[in-house]
Write a protein that binds this ligand. Structure first.
Ligand code: SF4
Length: 207
């Protein structure tokens, strides 16, 4: 089994041919902010390590990797161009970033096999709820990885970045690659219909 981080992934894809990049992406699996490539010769130690990583990434919302500067520029331009959304859509998006994005998500894809006041079991994996949270799924539901499965007190997305500029708070998404440009400030960017959340289970999509 091969394991690495985002920096190593960036290096790998930036120094590979297009063909090799496709091959890498087809075998590579993201677990939180680490990637794994499982190999035929993996034994019990590797399998145990893989399971541990699966469990550990339960609270890490996964960001779709943005591999190159060009992709980041394209994603930024696409996000802040074109039609605007109404207040209702804007407010729903802003709530996802500032109040709901930190709620517990599914660490794997599967069937909900039990729900208690403090945990949700998906297949055989127990996902612990955070203080003050309650489940939004029931036994028998199917969930996909990184899908929010609980709700509770306001808890902002871990990728939300706050900055005070001239006494005014500015909000940015740290996962999309847009950076802290004026148009990427969320009160502006989320007004654009084409803006999207970069998490693997996006909390909002372009409309
Ligand atoms: S990843 Fe970015 S856009 Fe998505 S909820 Fe978090 S801060 Fe908002």
């Amino acid at each position: 089994m091969r394991v690495g981080n985002k920096k190593q992934y960036d290096h790998m894809v930036n120094t590979s041919s297009a063909e090799r990049r496709v091959r890498i992406d087809s075998v590579l699996e993201w677990l939180g902010d680490m990637w794994v490539i499982r190999e035929d010769g993996d034994g019990p130690v590797e399998k145990e390590r893989y399971n541990t990583m699966m469990a550990a990434q339960a609270r890490t919302p996964e960001i779709v990797p943005v591999p190159s500067l060009v992709s980041r520029a394209v994603s930024y331009i696409k996000a802040v161009t074109g039609a605007l959304v109404d207040d209702e859509v804007f407010n729903t998006r802003l709530r996802a970033c500032t109040e709901e994005g930190g709620w517990t998500t599914a660490s794997l894809e599967g069937d909900v096999t039990s729900v208690t006041a403090t945990s949700i079991t998906i297949n055989q994996t127990v996902v612990l709820l955070q203080d003050g949270e309650s489940s939004t799924v029931a036994q028998g539901d199917k969930v996909v990885r990184n899908q929010p499965i609980a709700e509770g007190r306001a808890k902002s997305c871990p990728h939300l970045q706050r900055k005070v500029d001239n006494g005014q708070e500015k909000l940015y998404c740290g996962g999309c690659g847009c950076g802290q440009r004026a148009a990427a400030e969320l009160h502006t960017k989320l007004r654009y219909a084409s803006a999207t959340c970069p998490r693997r289970f996006p909390l909002f999509k372009p409309v």
